[in-house]
Design a protein around this ligand. Structure first.
Ligand SMILES: [Mn+2]
Length: 339
């Protein structure tokens, strides 16, 4: 047994264990949590998977059915105490995307860089494309037999988080892909891969596509009021597929304000930074280089003089323009940088 697994088991031994994903878990988070639950059960530890905010996106809620994943909403757990141990997976303690929990956050397995340090009893943070690769490594490095269902779930998480092996791939992702491949149920994988949207979203999806506007490589579209996070993300992903679009912004009105989803296909257009800049003083936003989200609260727009759509467009156009100028300035130090 690897030292890593031995250490994890020693830490968790004797406690009631919860595996916690980030809020509104994505396929990689769910697959990783499920894989870890299966691995721990081999060593006699029964863990409960929990999170805050269930999955609105068809691709993630479909996982629960297709792989038989049992998932508990943190708000529905009444008897958790400080003696219970929490293993965060695909997420780290103190991050804004993970809910506070009564149990003790004792362990962490994640593939993201650490934003806020935290003293775990066990910590396994390795930067790679998908957390599912780390979980798969626990099986293969320890020669623990992996069943088809678990392997297929991990394969799905790996494919989704790496955008089909295009994004952030590292050695361990390549190796785990190769090893999981032999255990993957292709029919099941294809089934879940082609479950990205529900039929009732279709009219809103079509309307959003009809409304796409492109300004200088930036695609914008509004989605029907109250659209799900999943639909907004789906429309945003679609816009990037257009040849004319390198940066995509999709938004929808909610009761509390405007929800915004952002995608970038270029390294120098960092979606997180651009979103944070674009929404300065009017809302908040941030995220990864390729994928980000933002929010404008109702209070910012209620008595505003501006047209909301124009305001969003202008703010993003300016923020993207600034990033382009910055890139050119790095190439040519004498080029002018906008104020
Ligand atoms: Mn992940």
């Amino acid at each position: 047994m690897t030292q890593r697994l031995q250490c994890l088991l020693e830490v968790l031994d004797g406690h009631r264990v919860y595996i916690q994903t980030h809020n509104f878990p994505d396929p990689d988070a769910l697959a990783s949590a499920y894989g870890m639950q299966q691995l721990l059960s081999v060593f006699g530890i029964d863990a409960v998977i929990c999170c805050k905010g269930m999955m609105e996106k068809a691709s993630t809620s479909g996982m629960v059915d297709i792989f038989g994943i049992e998932l508990v909403n943190i708000n529905d757990i009444e008897d958790m105490t400080a003696d219970d141990y929490v293993l965060t997976i695909d997420a780290q303690a103190n991050n804004s995307n993970i809910a506070d929990i009564p149990g003790k956050t004792a362990a962490c397995i994640d593939h993201h860089p650490t934003a806020v340090p935290y003293e775990y009893l066990f910590r396994d943070v390795r930067i790679c494309g998908a957390c599912a690769s780390l979980v798969a490594d626990y099986f293969f490095s320890n020669k623990v037999a992996i069943d088809k269902n678990t392997a297929t779930a991990l394969m799905y998480g790996l494919k989704m988080d790496t955008d089909d092996l295009n994004r952030g791939m590292t050695d361990i992702d390549v190796e785990m892909y190769r090893r999981l491949f032999y255990y993957t149920d292709q029919d099941k994988l294809n089934q879940i891969l082609s479950q990205q949207m529900v039929f009732s979203d279709l009219n809103d999806f079509i309307a959003a596509l009809r409304g796409i506007k492109v300004f200088d490589g930036i695609g914008f579209t509004a989605i029907a009021d109250g659209a799900s996070d999943g639909l907004i993300a789906e429309v945003c992903d679609f816009m990037l597929d257009l040849v004319e679009v390198q940066f995509a912004v999709a938004y929808s009105m909610r009761d509390g304000g405007v929800k915004i989803s952002v995608r970038s296909e270029l390294n120098y257009l960092d979606a997180g930074t651009i979103t944070a800049n674009a929404l300065e003083e009017i809302g908040a936003g941030g995220g990864h280089g390729v994928m980000a989200g933002g929010y404008i609260p109702k209070s910012s727009i209620e008595n505003a003089e501006f047209d909301l759509e124009e305001e969003i467009q202008n703010r993003f156009i300016n923020a993207v323009y600034f990033s382009r100028m910055l890139k050119n300035a790095l190439k040519d130090p004498l080029a002018e940088i906008p104020e």
